[in-house]
Design a protein around this ligand. Structure first.
Ligand code: SF4
Length: 665
């Protein structure tokens, strides 16, 4: 039978599900949904269920490993920590703390995951990563427009007359929103899906609109132009609560509907239909993360924000430009956990350019890389360059559970516990506002330790052990301190397992924005950058690089896989262990490709081998290879992607990637 206990999903995902975990004889037996969770209500996806296998697999690294003459050998924790601490100490003395590069990402959430920053701030600083591969340009864009990136509460969808899902396959990546969609539809709301791929969410829509990858802003401009023609704009909002709309009007006057239609590859009558949908709201828009992974990505999100704002769908129940929901993470006292005031020096590399920066850094050079919560050798663009950079550094330390592509290039691998082996609080700044608690449920195999134990031991050796002289529970209480005034405490959370954070259900309802002007900024005044939205195109497009289009005529997307959380589950699922190259029907026709044909997808940065799957009704000239695959199973799609940043500097351009394809024997 086993013992069923409540827990939570730690994976980097919109839904932040509650779990019921079955434990038998001290082992995880099953992971299921917690039916009492207010949002996720007992339903979870396969990625969450796979956490049982991730915890129990005999492929786990269970002892510290050191590479000697190209081979890994088990060593004691004492030896590993003594040697790493000694190197950290020597590097700081000789070059300063920023000669250490901390490569960090968000494979798993967890409040105490942030303690790696506490370690490095007390070390004196470090070279850290900024920006995000995943959603960086969109978050920055919404900060320019609204002052922050906030979403409506899930249940507010029932106040919507129309729902537009723009570039997000919620059936795959946000499954509880999918359920809300079905209910809202049954209650009378209309559902429109805009996406280059005819995905599972599109299949339940009233209206599916296929848009050219990277050209969503031209669709938004076409809709705005029609809204003005039909006089459906919200003049009250524009006059009282916004600045810069005259710049949008000038922009719209500079381009015809026909040109917008040609760029977006969307018929003009669709602009008119959608103008009526936005102009007769409330209309709720859920924006996905893919359409901003282009050089023009920030501008794309800002243009869609402008459409939502000018049509009167900001700050009203049933409306919203729902992208990130940063108010969730902002509820916690992160600074008391990370101690940024202790940093003496700092240097920043963007997430996208980290490899290039490592290779060229000389003031000081990078002498050590420490990797936490990430697998940059599959996830960071231009994998060949990332490998070269990591191999060029004297000491690479990776905190990991498995021999990932990144762990394989390490000098030291420190085996860490899974989320079921540590106590933590889980939340996601993407969708709903609940946080979930999980106790440590089982013992870790072998000598695997928590990240916190590793930071504690290293800090003792480096002379600042007192800043880690707290129990896990005390650290959790530290992070929750600001919430006590709202009646939220660790003991209450432990009792109830999930608690709603004090987040706004309808952001911007008071029409007071966090921008410099306090208004919605169609033309942004933030950071002295050019703040107008504009006509801008992907880097690898016929407008910006027609020669490249001749050579590489197809746009390559790299969607999140259905069954793996990024790269985390590939080694545990036999069916995932080859690249599936999804091609639109016209590509199959042009290249004479049939299902399961072996193909090579290539550009000047690299190549990936895989097997063909033909996508029905996908936008022409489109190919997809899911992200996250390991080198031993055919290699990551990032062998093909570019490490250039997006227009606002803080996002990747992973989808801004032209390729060609051929049969391969
Ligand atoms: S991956 Fe997302 S949908 Fe799946 S169980 Fe975890 S939080 Fe829920």
């Amino acid at each position: 039978m086993g013992n069923i206990v409540k827990s939570a999903c730690p994976l980097n995902c919109w839904d932040s599900c509650g779990f019921n975990v079955t434990i038998e004889d001290g082992n995880i037996k099953r992971v299921e949904g917690d039916p009492h969770h207010p949002i996720t209500k007992g339903k979870i996806c396969g990625r969450g269920r796979m956490l049982e296998a991730r915890t129990n697999s005999d492929q786990r690294i269970t002892h510290p490993l050191k590479k000697v003459d190209g081979e890994f050998h088990p060593i004691s924790w004492k030896q590993a920590l003594d040697e790493i601490a000694e190197k950290l100490s020597e590097i700081k003395k000789a070059y300063g703390p920023t000669a250490v590069f901390h490569s960090h990402d968000y494979a798993n959430s967890g409040l105490l995951v942030n303690l790696d920053k506490r370690f490095f701030n007390n070390y004196g600083g470090v070279t850290e990563v900024i920006g995000s591969l995943c959603w960086g340009s969109g978050i920055e864009a919404q900060k320019w427009d609204f002052g922050d990136s906030y979403s409506h509460a899930p249940e507010d969808i029932f106040n919507s007359k129309h729902i537009v899902i723009w570039g997000r396959n919620v059936a795959r990546t946000n499954m509880h929103l999918y359920e809300y969609l079905q209910k809202a539809k049954a209650a009378g709301a209309t559902l429109t899906v805009i996406d280059p791929i005819y995905n599972a969410t599109a299949k339940i829509a009233d209206r599916y609109i296929s848009v050219k990858p990277g050209m969503d802003s031209f669709l938004a401009l076409g809709i705005m132009k029609e809204i003005l023609r039909l006089q459906l704009e919200d003049r009250l909002f524009i006059k009282n609560y916004s600045v810069g709309f005259e710049d949008v009007e000038d922009l719209l006057a500079s381009i015809s509907l026909e040109e917008l239609s040609q760029f977006a590859e969307v018929p003009i009558e669709v602009f008119t239909d959608l103008a009526k949908i936005y102009g007769n709201g409330p209309t709720m828009t859920y924006l996905g993360l893919g359409m901003q992974r282009y050089e023009n990505g920030g501008n794309t999100i800002r243009t869609i924000d402008a459409l939502i704002a000018m049509s009167g769908n900001v700050g009203v129940p049933g409306g919203g430009a729902n992208y990130g929901n940063l108010q969730v993470g902002q509820s916690f006292n992160i600074e008391s956990l990370t101690m940024p005031h202790r940093r003496q020096e700092s240097r920043q590399f963007t997430m996208m350019k980290q490899a290039e920066e490592v290779l060229k850094a000389n003031e000081p050079p990078i002498k050590m890389i420490v990797v936490t919560c990430g697998n940059p050798l599959t996830q960071v663009p231009d994998t060949n360059l990332v490998k070269q950079a990591f191999e060029s550094v004297e000491t690479v330390v990776v905190l990991e559970q498995y021999m990932t592509d990144t762990a394989a290039v390490a000098d030291y691998i420190l085996p860490v516990k899974t989320s079921f082996e540590v106590e933590d609080i889980y939340y996601a700044s993407m969708y709903h506002g609940y946080m979930n608690y999980s106790a440590a449920l089982v013992e870790a195999p072998g000598e695997a330790q928590s990240d916190l134990w590793i930071w504690t031991e290293l800090s003792k050796r480096l002379g600042f052990g007192e800043v880690f002289d707290f129990t896990r529970e005390e650290f959790l209480e530290m992070g929750l301190a600001d919430l006590n005034v709202h009646g939220i405490s660790l003991s209450k959370l432990k009792q109830e397992h999930h608690l709603l954070l004090p987040v706004k259900k309808v952001p911007w309802e008071d029409k007071v924005f966090k921008t410099p002007s306090g208004k919605y900024e169609f033309t942004a005044s933030r950071l002295d950058q050019e703040g107008k939205i504009s006509l801008s195109y992907p880097r690898e497009s016929s407008v910006n690089n027609p020669v490249l289009v001749e050579k590489y005529p197809y746009t390559l997307l790299s969607l999140h896989p259905m069954r793996s959380n990024h790269s985390q589950h590939y080694h545990l699922i036999a069916g995932l262990q080859q690249n599936r190259v999804e091609v639109s029907e016209d590509v199959a026709l042009e290249k004479n490709l049939s299902e399961n044909d072996r193909v090579r997808v290539y550009n000047d940065r690299g190549q990936v081998i895989g097997h063909v799957k033909i996508m029905k009704r996908a936008h022409p000239k489109t190919i997809n290879i899911d992200e996250g695959n390991w080198s031993q199973f055919g290699g990551t799609v990032n062998l093909l992607t570019s490490n250039e940043p997006s227009d606002n500097g803080l996002g990747s351009i992973l989808y801004d990637c032209l390729v060609n394809i051929e049969k391969w024997s």
